[in-house]
Design a protein around this ligand. Structure first.
Ligand code: MG
Ligand code: ZN
Length: 230
């Protein structure tokens, strides 16, 4: 495996605060955290447990939510807030399982924030819900920075994203309670060891619960439910 020390490459490192990135501006993040706390207390008042599902496009976020909803719908009244840049595809998929959905289209933004969730929550009758999935925009970088007010956060990675997927995105793992290593049925064909991805995630955050899953084959779903204490 390629180690950093094995190669003599000159690296230009960005210092903290050097990159002009409006998303990471401190007061924006502060305002976001305040709104996130408001969202969480609103959800608590209505006894709604909210789960923020993060991961890259194609990692299987929607498919995982569908599988969880199918197994949990007899025990919980479930709704979903679907974040996407422009489409409503994921909303339509999850609705087939009898789950009420609210679509949030972020336009140019590559993450959801607490303000958008606050608006979406107003479209739901929280009295009629006890479990809420929030599918974040497909991205592994900035969703980590934006607390939405959910109670738990899952990050979904697929073995098809390659063996370095976890080590390259430490912040999203640090921000998550559960890591789902998905599409393990394809691991051999991809030449990727799912246990390496598990170890990488545990190295970044020892308290994270890692679950190997094949949503397609229906394996590991019950373990995810357990990891989420549902
Ligand atoms: Mg999706
Ligand atoms: Zn973003």
């Amino acid at each position: 495996m390629l180690q950093e020390k094995d190669v003599d490459v000159e690296v230009v490192k960005a210092e903290e605060g050097e990159i002009f990135d409006i998303e990471l501006e401190e007061d924006i993040l502060k305002r976001n955290s305040k709104l996130a706390e408001e969202n969480r207390s609103l959800l608590d008042r209505y006894g709604v447990t909210a789960i923020d599902v993060m991961g890259a496009i194609g990692s299987g976020k929607t498919a995982l939510i569908e599988a969880l909803a199918e197994r949990l719908k007899s025990r919980y009244k479930i709704a979903m807030i679907a974040g996407d840049v422009t489409t409503t595809i994921d909303s339509m998929r999850v609705r087939r399982h009898g789950v009420e959905t609210v679509q949030v289209n972020t336009g140019k933004e590559c993450h959801l924030d607490a303000n958008l969730i606050n608006k979406a929550l107003r479209k739901l009758d929280l009295n009629t819900i006890d479990l809420l999935f929030i599918e974040n925009v497909g991205n592994l970088i900035c969703p980590a920075e934006f607390d939405l007010g959910a109670h738990k956060r899952i990050v979904v990675v697929s073995v098809t994203e390659g063996e370095h997927m976890v080590v390259k995105h430490p912040y999203i793992f640090l921000a998550s309670d559960v890591a789902v290593i998905n599409k393990i049925d394809l691991a051999e064909a991809m030449g990727v060891d799912p246990d390496k991805l598990c170890r990488d995630a545990e190295k970044i955050k020892p308290s994270i619960k890692v679950v190997k899953v094949s949503v397609k084959q229906g394996s590991g779903i019950e373990e995810v439910i357990k990891a989420l204490d549902l």
